[in-house]
Ligand binder design. Sequence first.
Ligand SMILES: [Ca+2]
Length: 335
Amino acid sequence: MASVMISYRAVLCFYAFFGVILATWNTKDYLKREHTLVKPYSGSGMNIHLWDYVGTTMVTSNYIRLTPDRQSSQGAIWNSVPCMIKNWELHVQFKVHGQGKNLFGDGFAIWYARDKLQLGPVFGSKDYFVGMAIIADTYSNHNGPHNHQHPYVSAMINNGSLHYDHDKDGTHTELAGCTSTFRNQDHDTYLAIRYEGSLSKLKVSMDIDGKDGWKECFTVDGVRLPLGYYLGASAATGQLADNHDIISMKFYELDVPDKPGDHNKQHTGLPEADFFASPRDHVDDAKGGFMSGSSWSGLKIFFVVILVLVGIVVCGIVGYVIFNKEDPTKRKRLY
Ligand SMILES: [Ca+2]
């Protein structure tokens, strides 16, 4: 009888165990635990499993505060596992808040970058970075033309050669961006980064209205990133300050079918982007107009110039011949 009871219990345990596993699989299909940061953060002491933090970052039970509402702070948190997934989506729950009514800053950035845990001037992380930054800039430093409303969310791709220019709010290095009033909201605020490496496509969306729905911020094609970089979040304050809190970062692997043909080879070089939003002389339609579009190459312009020069020379020769045919009589009269 006892053995029957034991086996009965064993069967119950077996079902309960696999029931939990199946439920986990069903509800969290593609969630990747190794790249995900959720409550409760700390296992033992102040350590977070698979995540490292630097600077002013403070871990509490409810949020990770990258910077407090205090001047001259820099803080960051980085995943210690390199990301080897080609197509992914990252959902970041964040909260930017502070006492400043009109003056606050500077903002935060979400990273997919080669070098982690290096504090610096680009919203708490290093300049001339290699990788991708999704920047949530709360303070407008730039008062010139082509200014936009703040807070402002934008993307920057860097191969290590570009400097982030705060004086211009990064407008000349951004791929695309949108205005987003995410600061000092009473409800939860979210940012989503969707990168489809198979299609070289980047999409950033915001959920900041408390209505539980994503609103597209921008989509850009021609973004090529290699595998093996790190996910992170950083923030900075300067003269102005704000609390920059990360509540969670949930990483999902996407099931994106590869394009037919040879287009979907994994990009292995440094990060690349086809298109940069121009701060000046922005051409809206690259397909239509004269001199627009990539087909108008330097070589074509060279041949056109040669043709024009040949035309001028031919006209000159023809004109000279005609002039000389008519002129002898005129010249003779002068004698
Ligand atoms: Ca700024």
